[in-house]
Design a binder for this molecule. Structure first.
Ligand code: DAH
Length: 339
């Protein structure tokens, strides 16, 4: 009898199962009413009295070990249930909601994506800037009205430190540390001291483009902008360039696209003209190249700048600029599908 118990103990130690069902089958085989170990216990009656103590202890040990081993096997297949420590009972019962991309981020990414396909790389500069990068190096005369307190936020104790009023400052940042060829696209936030209304805000977003190399011409600029307009607003979009003035470009132009609503026939969006203004551009002024350490007798360049809110308005017809910064989820959720 003792020999059988020993043998069965070895068997129990080596038990294996590949599923919960197999583990249960082992329980039935050894421990159920008709199981092998139960049968041993029934045989116990016939054990001679002088061996009863020793055999009894051995059977008990075998039974305990078999129960333990089979439970271990079962536990290894059991799925996590409520009384294990893996459940975080402090977690909210509501599903975690995913946010949506901000409409300005969607439009920014689209603009950057279009230009990166044309070989432009991404560059960024600081929002807190100095007068040199925002104005002086960009060929603004000392008495230019844009420097006026009306437009620019100054840091009170440091009149030279300002919040940038345009992303053109990033042009200067790039040129001072890199020689041509330069081909960058620079998105970012800008600040102007304006009264907040549906049509103006004290901060908004721009994207600046800069291309400098030998033999760059105005036609290169026009072609790139036409391609951008078609990618952004659709294949049928047309552009027109009107002469304009910016201190940092010469010649300068403003670009219109054919109205995104009426396609050029005239409607309330384009005030009957068929055209919508979207950006400023031009050939980089030689003074700007020289001020930033680039030889203007060898290199030429073009630049352009556009407002992201403006483009977003044309795409999504957002009537009030303030919606972009109020973080009202009812507004932000509208753009879920546009991701
Ligand atoms: N910086 C101009 C603005 O804020 C936009 C602009 C116009 C940028 C012409 C340019 C440019 O690079 O060539 O209104």
């Amino acid at each position: 009898m003792l020999e059988r118990i020993k043998q069965m103990m070895a068997e129990v130690e080596a038990l294996k199962a590949t599923s919960a069902e197999e583990a249960e089958a082992l329980r039935v085989k050894y421990l159920s009413k008709k199981g092998d170990i139960t049968a041993l216990m029934n045989d116990f009656r016939s054990v001679p009295a002088e061996l009863k103590k020793q055999v009894g202890m051995a059977i008990n040990e075998l039974k305990n070990r078999a129960t333990e081993r089979i439970n271990e096997l079962k536990a290894s297949f059991a799925s996590v249930d409520a009384d294990t420590d893996d459940i975080d009972i402090t977690r909210t019962a509501y599903p975690v909601e995913l946010g949506t991309r901000h409409p300005l981020t969607i439009v920014r990414n689209e603009i950057v994506d279009i230009f990166s396909r044309l070989g432009f790389s991404l560059a960024e500069g600081p929002e807190v800037e100095d007068d040199w990068h925002v104005f002086s190096s960009m060929n603004f005369p000392d008495d230019h009205p844009a420097r006026d307190m009306q437009d620019t936020f100054f840091v009170e104790s440091h009149p030279d430190i300002i919040l940038r009023t345009h992303t053109s400052s990033v042009q200067a940042r790039i040129m001072e540390r890199q020689q041509p060829p330069i081909r960058v696209i620079c998105p970012g936030r800008v600040y102007r001291n304006e009264a907040i209304s549906a049509r103006a805000h004290c901060f908004f977003h721009q994207v600046e483009g800069l291309y400098i190399d030998k033999d760059v011409s105005f036609t290169d600029l026009k072609q790139v902008l036409l391609l951008f307009a078609k990618e952004m607003f659709g294949e049928d979009t047309q552009i027109r360039l009107r002469p304009s003035y910016f201190p940092f470009t010469e010649p300068s132009a403003e670009m219109d696209v054919s109205c995104t609503i009426c396609g050029g026939k005239g409607c309330s969006m384009c005030k009957g003209s068929g055209w919508l203004e979207i950006l400023g551009c031009g050939m980089v002024h030689p003074n700007v190249l020289e001020a930033n350490g680039i030889d203007s007798t060898i290199y030429k360049g073009y630049a352009f700048g556009m407002g992201i809110e403006r483009i977003a308005n044309l795409k999504y017809q957002v009537k009030d600029l303030r919606l972009f910064s109020e973080n009202d989820v009812r507004f932000l959720r509208e753009f879920e599908a546009a991701n």
